[in-house]
Design a protein around this ligand. Sequence first.
Ligand code: SAH
Length: 475
Amino acid sequence: MNMNKNEFYRIKIEDLGNDGQGIGHIDKMAVFVKDTLPGDEAWIKIIKLKKNYAFGKLTELITPSPWRVQPLCEKAASCGGCTLQHMSYEKQLEYKWNKVKECLERIGGVENAAALMEPVFGMDTPYNYRNKMQFPVSRNKNGELQIGFYAGHTHSIINLEECPTGHPVNTVIIQVMRDFINKFNISTYNEEKHTGLLRHIITRTGFETGELMVCLVINGNNIKYGDVLYEMLYERIEKWKTSDEGKKYENIKLTSLMININTQKTNKILGDVSKVVRGQGYITDYIGDIKFRISPQSFFQVNPAQTKVLYNKALEYAALTGNETVWDMYCGIGTISLFLAKSAGHVFGVEIVPQAVEDAKENAKINGISNVSFYAGKAEVVAPQLIKAYGDKARADVVVVDPPRKGCDSVLLDTIVEIAPKRLVYVSCDPATLARDIKYLSEFGYELRKVSVVDQFSHSVHVETVVLMSRVNAT
Ligand code: SAH
C-alpha cells in the first residue's frame, strides 16, 4: 500500500511523540496524529507526507483508548500548554516511566532497566501546581483582547479565564488585567508589526510564603497607571480571599508589581532589564527549609511540591556523610547546592548565567550557609579549572549534574571520569540525552544503580528523572 496525501486511512495508535501526538503506523511508516492516544483506533486524513514519516489529522474516533478521560479544562485540546490532559493521570505517569525505561535500554544500553527503577513519583492532585505562569497578551483579528496561552506550534493565543495547572489566584489576576487594559486603553503587542505595549503577563507565586509577583513584559520603557494597577490587583486579591474559594489561599499577598522591558522583535519572552513598580523586585519561597530569592529572570523549578521530592531523591542518592566535596554542575540559583550543603563538607556550584550565580550567592547568605562557593561559566570549562586552582581540595567525592535538555557536554563528562567521584547524581529533563550520557559514563567505569522518575509537569509530556551512578571499583 502506498500512502497518499489527503486520503483517509484507518490507524491504531501505539505510542506518543515528544509533543504528545499519537503515533501509529501505516504500511510500516510512522504517522503522527494530534489529539490521539495509544489505544485509539481512528480514521485519519494524511495532511503532510515526508520521506520516512507522515502527519495525519483525526477525522473519526472508531474505538477510543481506555486511557481517555474528559479533560478538566475545556480549552485543553487547543491549548499548547497541556498536551496530555485527555489521558488519565495514572496512564500519564505510566507512560513517563516507560519512556525512561525505553530510553535507558535502547539508547543507554542498560539491560533490564526496570530492575533499577523506583515506582514513579506522581502528584496526589495534579492540578494548581505551577508557581510560574506566562500569559501572552494580544488582540485577535476582530480587535478582541486575548490573554491566555499559545495554541500548540503557533503564536495564536487561546483566550483563557483560568488555567487548572496554575495557582487559582491567576484567575483574579487575568480578570484584573482585562479590566485594567480596557479601562486605560493599554495597547497590546502585535507580533507581526512589532507595535503595541503589553506583551506578556508573568506571575510568580511563593507556595510556602504566599508572596506574589506580577511582572508585565512591555515593548517600551514604562507603563502608565502602574500604581493604579497595583491597587486594583491588591484590592481584588484581598477581596477574593474572603470568598469561599479564596479563603483556602489566605497566605497569598501581592508583594511585587514589576515591568520587564523587551523592545526586541524576538520570541524570547523576557528582556534583560526589569524594574519595580511597587513592592520588592523578587519573591521568596522555600524548598524544604531552604529559602530562595527569586527574581523575574531566575530559573526556578515550576512545581515546588515535586521539586522537594526530586531534591530529596538527589540528596538520598548522594548519600552524604558530612565530609564530602560535592560538585553541583548547572546549578542555576544554587537550589541543589544549598539543599545538599548541610550534609556535605563543601559544595562547588557552577552555572553559565552570571545573574543566577549572583542569586545563588545571595541565597547562600540569606540561609547562613557558608560551605558553598559558586562560579559563573560553562561547567565544562570551569570544572577543570577548579582542579587546577584548588587541587585535591576541589576533587569531588560526589558530582551532581542538572543540565538543560541537550545533556552534559562531553568535556565535562571526561573531567568527571578523570577526577573519579564515588557517586554521580544526574538530574535530567530529557531521558534521551540522559541515556546517551549514561552510556558514555558506563564505558568509563560507572554503573547505573538507581533511577527515579518524578512528575514535575503533569499533563505535559515532559519527564524529569534523577539517577545514581557509582564508580564500579569504589570502596
Ligand atoms: N539545578 C538548577 C538549575 C537546572 S536548569 C535547579 O534545579 O534549579 C539547567 C541550568 O544549566 C540553567 O540554569 C542553565 O542556565 C544552566 N546551563 C546551561 N548550559 C550550561 C553550561 N554549559 N554550563 C553551566 N551551566 C549551564
